[in-house]
Design a protein around this ligand. Structure first.
Ligand code: DQA
Length: 145
């Protein structure tokens, strides 16, 4: 199984940005964590981070015919981007949304997720482990197809 893992703006600053909310571990540590989870489940993963909405749209489009599923943390674009929602709907691949923090327990503007409307599931508030839960959900549901 092949999974595209996409991370949105400011996640490259993990460990530096608001560690009380997003934790003290770096973005590199997140990538290492994801690669270990994928290796354990024989999943081939492609992991990208971008601060740019259009780049994230391009990456979602390029997933078509190339991967089996998408795990996405659109970060702030979660709450604003109809373009990312439309791209996820366009490729129509199984997608799971992840947030490190519990967005539903934060500011009201974080409680609307456009991307989530095209995702089968959301894991929010589990830190890095949310990515493991997303990958394992996809492996269990689509891994043997
Ligand atoms: C986030 C939550 C978003 O509201 C925020 O804009 C982020 C990170 C998370 O992982 O908790 O940048 O997606």
């Amino acid at each position: 199984m092949k999974i595209l893992i996409l991370n949105g703006p400011n996640l490259n600053l993990l460990g530096i940005r608001e560690p009380g909310i997003y934790g003290k571990e770096s973005y590199d540590a997140l990538e290492t964590f994801i690669r270990e989870v994928c290796a354990k489940h024989d999943v081939i993963c492609e992991i990208y981070q971008s601060n740019h909405e259009g780049v994230l749209v391009d990456m979602i489009q390029s997933a078509l015919g190339a991967v089996d599923a998408i795990v996405i943390n659109p970060a702030a674009y979660t709450h604003t981007s109809v373009a990312i929602l439309d791209a996820l709907k366009a490729v129509a691949l199984p997608a799971v949304e992840v947030h490190l923090s519990d967005v539903n327990a934060r500011e009201p503007f974080r409680q609307l997720s456009y991307a989530g409307m095209a995702c089968e599931k959301t894991f929010a508030g589990y830190g890095f482990d949310g990515y493991r839960l997303a990958i394992e959900y996809l492996v269990e549901k689509y891994g043997s197809q």
